[in-house]
Write a protein that binds this ligand. Structure first.
Ligand code: IPE
Ligand code: IPE
Ligand code: MG
Length: 235
């Protein structure tokens, strides 16, 4: 596909997505919330493969926040089952597209079988040199910074600068986020990648995550390519 024809001149290297609105999507149809999450996983598959095809280098998605544990047990259980199901169902496509899988967040609180599945897919896709697909699970921007500070202290490091400090974050292997997309009309960060979002372009859409598709994605990319990034300087 020709991006130029879609009005896209420059691509963001790193896109992050807050996949919000699954519950609302289900409610609108009189369905239980978990149906929305299941449909959200389908939308994610299409977005991952499309992003990889058009040449996005890093895609990070928010799948479960440190605050999401406060949801009803049944919903939390389902959200803990979905990632492994997603990986199993899309394993072949992920390899075919040469995608590398990675996970960020505190894994120790995730169910043991999910931890094993994550380890397995990280290892199995480690040699893939296409897009890096990062799933944030039990991730919180504040928790990330705190675990980094604690590791700095544990290692007896006396002083850090930005570059040194970043290496302690879960997000150490990724560049800063260029474009953050949040679906479902809410305009907030909800404790996502605080450090890596410092100079990101923000894109909010009312579309609910299960309805987010290629067309929506291209629209966000087009708007990004028309943004004027300044980093504190002048034009
Ligand atoms: C986002 O959809 C998915 C997760 C937080 C896991 P929500 O479940 O937050 O959907 P809404 O915001 O209630 O519509
Ligand atoms: C953010 O969505 C977390 C994920 C998408 C995983 P939430 O639905 O949890 O955020 P709030 O509560 O509306 O801010
Ligand atoms: Mg929500």
């Amino acid at each position: 596909m020709k991006l130029a024809n879609a009005g896209i001149k420059t691509l963001p290297r790193h896109v992050a997505i807050i996949m919000d609105g699954n519950g609302t999507w289900a409610k609108k149809r009189g369905l239980p919330r978990n149906f929305g999450h299941r449909q959200g996983a389908r939308a994610l598959k299409n977005v991952v493969l499309f992003a990889s095809k058009i040449g996005i280098k890093y895609l990070t998605v928010f799948a479960f926040s440190t605050e999401n544990w406060s949801r009803p047990r049944e919903e939390v259980d389902y959200l803990m089952k979905l990632p492994a199901e997603f990986m199993r169902a899309n394993e072949t496509d992920i390899h075919k597209h040469n995608i590398r899988f990675a996970c960020i967040g505190d894994r120790s609180r995730l169910p043991e079988d999910l931890q094993k599945t994550i380890d397995k897919y990280e290892k199995e896709t480690a040699e893939n040199d296409g897009m890096i697909f990062i799933v944030a699970l039990n991730y919180g921007g504040k928790a990330d910074i705190i675990q980094a500070v604690n590791r700095v202290i544990d290692e007896g490091v006396a002083e850090v600068d930005e570059e040194k400090f970043e290496r302690y974050l879960y997000t150490k292997d990724m560049p800063d986020v260029d474009l953050l997309i949040r679906t479902s009309g809410q305009k907030r960060i909800s404790n996502f990648l605080l450090w890596k979002l410092s100079y990101s372009e923000l894109y909010f859409t009312k579309t609910l995550w299960p309805d987010f598709n290629k067309t929506q994605f291209l629209k966000a990319l087009k708007e990004y390519s028309n943004r004027d990034r300044r980093y504190g300087g002048i034009k």
